[in-house]
Design a protein around this ligand. Structure first.
Ligand code: F6P
Length: 543
């Protein structure tokens, strides 16, 4: 079928469905059976989406008409799907098991990936066994990852999520993450660390990101001041560089033997599976890291092989398309009901908005569809005490993703198990009330309530239920979102793998730096910027 026809069928269905409340759709006793889908320990429940079974068929028809099957094969097969940068986007190869070669641009990328994993393995063992030593011979016991965006958020989110999976031999290593350009994280941290036992991991695909290089320079200076040693010794003992630009890392001073490399076909926000994942391997051990990769690989295979009607990433994407393009919902809340997933919203903000926050199609024309919504989130129970008021009684339609593991604390105290029960109950109750509104109450109570105690409901949500939060399950979850983003990009005909939108701001900031040192140097500025600059310069130079 032609995509235009699919869109017009969907628009017709949306007109009819906009008039129906979720409570009406959810009155169907087979709702859960029809709208829940599972694969390998993960359940995707779309029962609270404002759709009928036939809506899903129409959305699947749209995915088929958009050529998604071929596009998935192109992605995983290593075609240059990142058209504006003329390269592949092969994060799936980073989790392909050894012995499944994939030749791209004349090279077996899987062999290269496995060789890097072996190098990571060695490095992690050296650290865990106390064999990596600082400038005075003491064993390294603290690792600070310096990076930003994709070189920070994935490892940070994962290390936090999997902190309970630390193997015994990793317990001696303290891990920290530093990203903020202004040095506030680093300055607070350095005063508490021992320079002789601290190792810095500089993570930067480009090795030109000013945020990271500024933090790295401060760390290097701190070590030089503390040790009184020459810079080469400091760099050899206290710095590892992870990058796709080895020459730039060498120019900065990272010795070759301290470099871990990845490839320009790994997008920054898709890079936690590469050497950028070193902090994860340090925290969970190489076994934990390999489990994470295995979970993601299971979803890669599912994404490529499962029929769209049973394909979790495709269905998650189609629910989004339905809400954004057909029901006009442009706000999306990510609500994990598990404190270990505290950094998941920030991670998904980058993954979704940097990938699909685009308005120009692959052929250079303007998109005629709305694309990525505004996405934000928070640990669900905490958000209940912050922004849920808007979800329940505000004027905005918001789609929500509830993410929760069924099992937790099975071998821990009764009170902790009780706390998990509490989180589960809240998750289910919130998803229910957002969908049903007043209809979740008995009819008399609802009818006698004053207006400010009424609940409109009809806010659509998806529930992702993991059996348990393990490295494998987290790998599945993140890969599901990655492929969701790709599926939506295919339907919107945009390139999810570039990020030209952030480049101009970076260039302008460099010019502004000159302006702070030498006012007037960059030529005429607009009056708003000039006014602020004058005020800042007056303050900076006042006694
Ligand atoms: O701000 C854009 C961006 O390029 C992200 O895409 C990327 O993850 C981040 O900066 C960090 O880049 P790098 O790893 O090259 O330092």
């Amino acid at each position: 079928m032609n995509p235009d026809k699919c869109w017009s069928d969907l628009r017709e269905s949306a007109q009819a469905l906009k008039k129906r409340h979720l409570s009406e759709l959810m009155a169907d006793d087979s709702r859960f059976d029809t709208f829940s889908f599972s694969h390998d320990g993960m359940l995707l429940d779309l029962s609270r989406q404002r759709m009928l079974p036939e809506t899903l068929d129409q959305l699947v028809a749209l995915a088929e008409a958009s050529g998604l099957k071929q596009k998935i094969d192109d992605l995983i097969g290593g075609s240059h799907v990142n058209t504006t940068e003329d390269r592949a986007a092969l994060h799936t190869a980073l989790r392909t098991p050894a012995g499944k070669p994939l030749v791209v641009d004349g090279k077996d990328v899987v062999a290269g990936v496995q060789a890097t994993l072996d190098k990571m393995d060695n490095l992690v063992s050296t650290l865990h066994s106390g064999q990596w030593r600082g400038f005075n011979g003491e064993a390294i016991d603290t690792v600070v990852n310096i990076g930003v965006g994709g070189s920070d958020l994935g490892p940070l989110m994962t290390c936090h999520a999997l902190s309970e999976f630390q193997p015994d031999n990793a317990r001696g290593i303290d891990l920290h993450f530093v990203s903020s350009m202004d040095g506030s994280q680093l300055s607070g941290l350095l005063s508490r660390l021992n320079p002789a036992t601290t190792l810095f991991v500089l993570s930067s695909k480009s090795f030109t990101t000013i945020d990271t290089l500024a933090n790295a320079a401060t760390a290097r200076q701190w070590l030089q001041d503390a040790s009184g040693l020459e810079v080469e010794t400091i760099l050899r003992h206290h710095f590892i560089g992870i990058t796709a630009q080895p020459q730039k890392a060498s120019e900065w001073g990272i010795p070759t033997q301290n470099q871990l490399l990845f490839w320009d076909w790994t997008g920054g926000r898709y890079s936690m599976w590469s050497a950028i994942g070193l902090p994860i391997a340090i925290a969970t051990g190489m076994d934990g890291f390999r489990q994470l990769l295995a979970g993601a690989h299971s979803i890669d295979t599912h994404f490529q092989q499962a029929p769209f009607k049973e394909n979790l990433p495709v269905l998650l994407a189609l629910a989004g398309i339905w809400n954004i393009n057909l029901l006009d919902i442009h706000a999306h809340a990510i609500l994990p009901y598990d404190g270990r997933l505290a950094h998941l919203p920030a991670y998904l903000e980058q993954l979704e908005m940097e990938s699909n926050g685009k308005s120009v199609r692959l052929d250079g024309t303007d998109s005629d569809h709305r694309t990525c919504p505004v996405l934000w989130g928070e640990i669900g129970p905490n958000a209940q005490h912050a922004f849920y008021q808007l979800l329940h009684q505000g004027t905005e339609s918001v789609m929500c993703d509830f993410i929760v593991p069924a099992k937790r604390y099975t071998e821990q105290s009764r009170t902790l198990q009780e706390q998990h029960r509490l989180a589960l109950a809240n998750c289910l109750a919130q998803a229910r009330v957002l969908a049903l509104g007043d209809k979740a109450l008995d009819a008399d109570t609802a009818a006698s309530a004053p207006p400010w105690k009424r609940y409109r409901g009809n806010q659509p949500s998806t529930v992702i239920l993991l059996d348990e939060l393990t490295p494998y399950a987290l790998g599945q979850l993140i890969a599901t979102y990655e492929h969701k983003v790709y599926t939506q990009a295919v339907i919107w005909q945009i390139n999810p793998f570039d990020q030209w939108g952030v480049e101009l701001g970076k260039k302008m900031a460099t010019a502004m730096l000159d302006e702070l040192d030498e006012p007037g140097r960059s030529g005429k500025l607009d009056s708003a910027t000039q006014g602020l600059l004058d005020r800042i310069n007056a303050q900076r130079h006042s006694a």
